[in-house]
Design a protein around this ligand. Sequence first.
Ligand SMILES: [Zn+2]
Length: 113
Amino acid sequence: MLETEQLIELEILAREELERLERKASAAGDSTAAVSPDKSIGRLSRLDAMQMQEVAKEAERQRGMRMHELREALRRMDLGEYGLCSACGEWIDYARLEARPELRQCSRCALRS
Ligand SMILES: [Zn+2]
């Protein structure tokens, strides 16, 4: 099971990661703006720009999901439900949570699903 110190450490990690992603999200606002149909950039570079935009959108989507998961993890910490595997109910390894504080399953269950 998790010690209080470990829980505090994980809460700090989750908050820091969430803040980092929030900063990134606001910085990325410009890069996902619509590709201008400006004739001067030509057809191919416009396709490039659109492809870049797709990549940026996908990154943004994944970032959004991760931010949601981190907020959920912080909520579980508040409720005192944090750290137990959602599949088998066993404690999740601290090392695993240290790497990804938002994870909800232990390594065994994650491999099985
Ligand atoms: Zn499990």
